[in-house]
Design a protein around this ligand. Structure first.
Ligand code: S3P
Length: 449
């Protein structure tokens, strides 16, 4: 889809204690990958717990356009009849990945080593985001890419007719870039190698292994060296998608700042490349415990129990940035309710997310009476203490779901209600956000209701 329709103004106001169980949706990263790897496998992949947000539904549509049979059987329950590695058909029409950087970048990688042509586009946010980070490495396989100025969508990719394997050191910490190269490497002969100086989420590696590819990760002085043997026969799998830690972060952070709250968020992935936010919150003084630690669908998961806590500001280690990259917006909200200053260095990648998240958070926090400092790579929040956040402002979300949800959390414990100009992008990753938060006791209203 190319937009999110009419903007939906939303307002969140201070509420009583949040109580209950928050069953957040399936992990977005794993959901995209389950559909794409299912489409590249032979046989029927069965998926449970799939996130049915707009981003993932756009990837499902794209996989159909490349020739896979993708069927929904019930809530979260899907099957994919794959076409096998190298079996993608040429799409008849433009592939619209909506708001999803993960969707478009992974799919570009997956088709780059097949002799087909595809044109990609997205919504107003995605069309502003850089695609050069994926087209640079896929050109090394022999693919060609023609996009708008600055490597922007819409963009046409001509897949390589006789791809060569690639050895590629990712210039930025990006799981999307790593994954695009690995997915391209699937249909190249020989070994494709990706070197990551800073490790990023490893779902692609784990899932490729699960689907039967030969893939190893070696920890060396250069960083993580990931080696994939090309042209495997991927075999259909049953994928149980764990709940998304990035979505769990919203009710968890809300419970930490709303006095008297206690909630449980069950079955949340604790993959060490994703759990930075929970470590950071505990360092800030959060009463957050992990219960029933177990393994589900190849990922470590736990039930999170969270109680309202008096928090203090900290210096967040820059090395943790990639393990909590999507959680900085809501972390900066929590920091506003802490005593003292929270410094978040090493976050320049936030500038090229669904919005420039440093700028969007900084402007929105200022509009709600919170003092911040920023530079290209850092966000600093001066905490107002648990009862001292003024609120009363409206944040601009720039088609960014996480900016919208973060400011709705801010309003739950601020002195005055907090609004966002447009909450419609929340549907891209967390379509049940409003109902789930209302079920815990939050008060979020839409201007049109
Ligand atoms: C994702 C990787 C991250 C993250 C995004 C999902 C993925 O992006 O921000 O929400 O599923 O691979 P980058 O690869 O750009 O860091």
């Amino acid at each position: 889809m190319s937009g999110h329709g009419t903007p939906i103004k939303m307002t969140s106001r201070a509420c009583g204690p949040l109580k209950g169980t928050a069953e957040v949706p399936g992990d977005k990263s794993i959901s995209h990958r389950a559909l794409i790897l299912g489409a590249l496998s032979v046989g029927e992949t069965k998926i449970t717990g799939l996130l049915e947000g707009e981003d993932v539904l756009d990837t499902a549509k794209a996989m159909r356009a490349f020739g896979a049979e993708v069927t929904q059987h019930g809530p979260g329950s899907w099957s994919v009849h794959g076409v096998g590695v190298g079996g993608f058909a040429e799409p008849e029409d433009v592939i619209d990945c909506g708001n999803s950087g993960t969707g478009v970048r992974l799919i570009m990688g997956a088709m780059a080593t097949s002799p087909i042509v595809a044109t990609f586009t997205g919504d107003g946010s995605l069309r502003k985001r850089p695609m050069g980070r994926v087209t640079d490495p896929i050109r090394l396989f022999g693919a060609q890419a023609f996009g708008r100025h600055g490597g922007r969508l819409p963009m046409t990719i001509l897949g390589a007719p006789s791809p060569a394997p690639v050895r590629y050191a990712t210039p930025m910490a990006s799981a999307q870039v790593k994954s695009a190269v690995l997915l391209a490497g699937l249909n190249a002969p020989g070994q494709t190698v990706v070197i990551e100086k800073t490790p990023t989420r490893d779902h692609t590696e784990r899932m490729l292994r699960g689907f039967g590819a030969e893939i190893t990760t070696e920890v060396t002085e250069q960083g993580h060296v990931i080696t994939l043997q090309g042209q495997p026969e991927l075999k259909a799998q049953e994928v149980a998608v764990p709940r998304d830690p990035s979505s769990a972060a919203f009710p968890v952070c809300a419970a930490l700042i709303v006095p008297g709250s206690e909630i449980v968020v069950p079955g949340v992935s604790q993959n060490p490349t994703r759990n930075g936010i929970f470590i950071t919150l505990r360092e800030m003084g959060a009463d957050l415990t992990f219960e029933n630690e177990r393994e589900e669908g190849g990922e470590p998961v736990a039930d999170l129990r969270v109680r309202y806590s008096k928090l203090h500001g900290i210096d967040v280690p820059a090395e943790r940035a990639s393990a909590q990259i999507d959680e900085y917006p809501v972390l900066s909200v929590v920091a506003a309710f802490a005593e003292g200053v929270t410094r978040m260095p090493g976050v320049h990648e936030l500038r090229v997310k669904e919005s420039d998240r440093i700028d969007a958070m900084a402007r929105g926090l200022e509009a709600n009476g919170i003092k911040i400092e920023e530079d290209e790579d850092t966000l600093i929040v001066h905490g107002c203490g648990p009862e001292g956040v003024p609120g009363g402002g409206t944040a601009v979300t720039h088609l960014d779901h996480r900016i919208a949800m973060s400011f709705m959390v801010l309003g739950m414990a601020a002195q005055q209600p907090v609004s966002v100009d447009d909450g419609s992008p929340i549907a891209t990753s967390f379509p049940i956000f409003e109902d789930l938060m209302a079920g815990l006791g939050a008060e979020i209203v839409r201007a049109d209701r």
